[in-house]
Design a binder for this molecule. Structure first.
Ligand SMILES: [Zn+2]
Length: 762
């Protein structure tokens, strides 16, 4: 029998199963075909989520034979460095948290090549693996992790106790939801566990599946879709108890559950468990309506993706797929995407190359094909890894991310915006249905802010976020530095913020990004610089007061620290600065300082929910090569074939923050910063002097074909430059979870690519 249909619920044994979401009939997701198998009849099985009306558990009732799915399983976990380090941490945490004594026995069910057990062994614990995949079990044993090549059962548990004694820890981190007969597993674990032993399981979380649209993680191997509620019910029925639970990022969102025998010595963490129960109730995880709505969302996703792919194909575009994980089989089969749309699927794992995808029979090839083939678009099937995949495929700019709504990535700016949105994660949902006013919305930072909201509106937010961008356009372009934005949710007002202004309707958030940060400009127009900063801010704060805005972000500057004392580098927010009130840069520094005072005064007098950021040298696509900031200057000099010019000896040091990191930091401050507080935002990783920066640009961007020259300061440049500047980011890291991720060399290459492309267009 290849498939068996259950009529009872795995958790409560009730007979009240009800189909809530059908994904059609598909072959097993990992049943890749050899060329000689293509002509044979391929077996397909129904893929349908069933909800138990008695206990609310969601499951597949069609059980494909585990012999068929797992006996010849070839995936080897240790090939993924991320998993190796995940389990290093796991073993360290478990040993500490569960006080596992030296010599304690750890048994892993579904142990694969021993990836989880190896770090336990290295830390002096006895280990035993259980895995039915014969070849992998043999390999693990010969590599020093003894592994029984069997399906786990009470009989197997009895044998282990006889040969090795009872276990202090039993783990099942990627197997529990794959097993049809959960009673058998749990009964076996009860035999195997020492009286104070702990059973730890990991299972993907139904809540993440629905909230993140992970419908393509539904395939025949995944029989169970747990919630905290259903897991607790299952263990209770079988004489065990859940005593703690946490969420992890594994597989897009999982639960890690700690279980002991009923009446065990560990006190249950009742508050945490109750909190999960309450949230699951609110999310309606056991309601049929939730699944009907989920099905509609997937249906709409499918319709939009097919339409987009259809349009690209009729325009003669060549599209290929990237990534052939099991979920790709569900996605391609359910959406009906096959050979007439994509030419082949690229996958890095060599065992899949040369084979054909189940169902669609698309050929799987190695990544070297992309270099030869230059497809127009790459459809990212492993879409939960879209960001690292795009970063890896640096030679390609155009991608399609299929889920949760089809998103086209046409260039480096789209990739940046996607990266910002991924870093914000669920936090970005706070902008849904809100109104944001941005002054200086057409400048460098403002353009990224507006474009980020535009992408959020199109692909991620349930309700559009309205944006009113206010800019006098003396520096930026009329609309947006990065691209022309056309959206009913986004309005561009041409207005000088030095004169008062208002905005129709309610205003939730206000971002004050107006102002000119170019040294050349402020040396030439010091009075306008002061007026722009102070009057512009005053008018913005008035708008916030009248509209009762939820949060106001004021862009100050790291320049307010002046030339810091070497003892306070990296510089924390508490440093009061070393600034001249009459020097050539003072019109800028001092007006930013007064701006902070004005903002804090509004906070004191009117309770305006003000947050202040001090950015440290933000750079990236969209910066003008004409404003004399160092990175765009180097890039445009090099692009014109000229030597890179470094002022004086080039001893001054700076740190540089790529714009995606900075925008994430700014938005975190806006959404989660404390009122009346100041935050440094920048990158504290590589403090670099200007000579070394020029050498780095020459090397990574121009392959050392461009020279670097030391020159004296030009006359139009303010000369009291700070010697060193580097942020202390402790506050933003601790209170907002901020961190800079983009390495300087990567950021320079990305910036240059944009410069080159935009020069080609203009
Ligand atoms: Zn049930």
């Amino acid at each position: 029998m290849m498939v068996m249909k259950r009529t009872t619920c795995r958790v409560c044994i009730g007979q009240n199963l009800h189909g809530v979401l059908s994904l059609g009939s598909t072959p097993p997701a990992n049943a890749f075909l050899r060329p000689d198998q293509l002509q044979l009849l391929e077996q397909s099985f129904p893929l349908e989520l069933q909800l138990c009306r008695d206990c609310g558990f969601v499951q597949l009732a069609d059980v494909v034979s585990p012999e068929l799915l797992f006996r010849n399983y070839v995936y080897v976990s240790s090939t993924s460095p991320a998993f190796v380090s995940h389990f290093e941490t796991f073993s360290e945490t478990m040993i500490g948290r569960l006080s596992l004594p030296g010599g304690a026995l750890v048994v892993d069910i579904g142990s694969n090549d021993g990836i989880l057990l190896r770090p336990f062994k290295n830390r002096g614990r006895r280990v035993l693996g259980i895995d039915p995949a014969i070849k992998i079990a043999e390999m693990a044993t010969s590599n020093g992790i003894e592994t029984k090549p069997v399906f786990f059962s009470p009989t197997v548990a009895g044998e282990i106790v006889r040969d090795h004694g009872t276990a202090h820890l039993v783990t099942a981190t990627s197997v529990f939801p794959h097993v049809d007969d959960l009673d058998e597993i749990v009964e076996g674990v009860k035999i195997l566990l020492a009286p104070d032993g702990v059973f730890v399981i990991e299972a993907y979380y139904l809540r993440d599946l629905i909230e993140k649209n992970l419908f393509d993680t539904v395939y025949h191997e995944h029989l169970s879709y747990f919630t905290v509620h259903t897991l607790c019910a299952l263990f209770k029925r079988l004489g065990m108890e859940v005593f703690d639970i946490e969420r992890t990022d594994t597989h897009g969102g999982s639960l890690r559950v700690f279980v002991q025998k009923r009446g065990g010595s560990r006190p249950p963490h009742t508050a945490a468990i109750d909190q999960f129960f309450a949230e699951e109730e609110t999310c309606g995880l056991s309601q049929e309506a939730t699944f009907i709505h989920f099905g509609q969302r997937i249906g709409e996703n499918k319709r939009q993706l097919l339409q987009l792919l259809g349009e690209l194909k009729s325009a003669g575009k060549k599209i290929v797929g990237y990534g052939a994980p099991a979920k790709a089989t569900t996605l391609l089969s359910y959406f009906g995407i096959g050979k007439d749309t994509i030419d082949y699927v690229v996958d890095d794992s060599s065992w899949k190359q040369g084979l054909f995808m189940p169902g669609t029979h698309l050929p799987v090839v190695g990544p070297e094909h992309l270099a030869v083939d230059h497809p127009d678009y790459i459809l990212i099937l492993a879409w939960n890894f879209a960001e690292p995949i795009m970063k890896k495929l640096v030679q390609h700019e155009r991608f399609i991310i299929p889920v949760p709504r089809p998103l086209i990535i046409e260039n480096i700016v789209d990739q940046d915006l996607y990266s910002i949105i991924q870093s914000l994660g669920k936090e970005a949902q706070l902008l849904s249905g809100k109104t944001v006013v941005i002054t200086g919305g057409s400048g460098f930072i403002g353009s990224y802010m507006v474009a980020t909201v535009d992408m959020l509106n199109k692909y991620f937010l349930p309700e559009s976020c309205r944006v009113v961008s206010i800019d006098n356009h003396i520096v930026g372009k009329k609309n947006n530095l990065l691209r022309e934005i056309s959206s009913p949710a986004i309005t561009f007002l041409e207005h000088n913020v030095c004169t008062p202004f208002t905005v129709e309707g309610s205003v939730d958030y206000i971002i004050n990004a107006a102002g000119v940060a170019s040294p050349i400009y402020y040396k030439k127009y010091p009075i306008e610089t002061i007026e722009g900063t102070i009057f512009g801010l005053k008018n913005t704060l008035e708008l916030a007061r009248v509209k009762q805005a939820k949060s106001v972000l004021y862009f100050s500057s790291s320049e307010i620290y002046g030339d810091p004392d070497p003892n306070v580098i990296p510089t924390p927010e508490t440093y009061k600065g070393n600034v001249s009130s009459i020097g050539p840069r003072s019109c800028y520094d001092e007006s930013k300082r007064l701006g902070e005072t004005l903002a804090m005064s509004y906070h004191q007098v009117h309770h305006t929910p003000i947050k202040i950021v001090r950015p440290f040298n933000v750079y990236g696509p969209g910066m003008s090569s004409k404003d004399y900031r160092v990175i765009p200057t180097f890039l445009s000099q090099g692009m014109e074939g000229k030597a890179l010019t470094v002022h004086d000896k080039g001893n001054q040091t700076r740190t540089f923050c790529y714009v995606t990191d900075a925008i994430v930091g700014f938005l975190k401050v806006l959404l989660f910063g404390a009122d009346g507080e100041v935050y440094n935002i920048g990158n504290d990783n590589d403090e670099i002097n200007m000579k070394v920066l020029a050498d780095t640009v020459a090397e990574v961007v121009f392959d050392n074909k461009i020279a670097v020259n030391l020159v004296s300061y030009p006359d139009n440049y303010p000369q009291d430059e700070p010697r060193r500047r580097c942020p202390d980011l402790t506050k933003a890291k601790k209170s907002l979870g901020y961190s800079a991720k983009v390495d300087l060399k990567v950021g320079l290459k990305r910036s240059y690519r944009w410069f080159k492309n935009s020069a080609a267009l203009s």
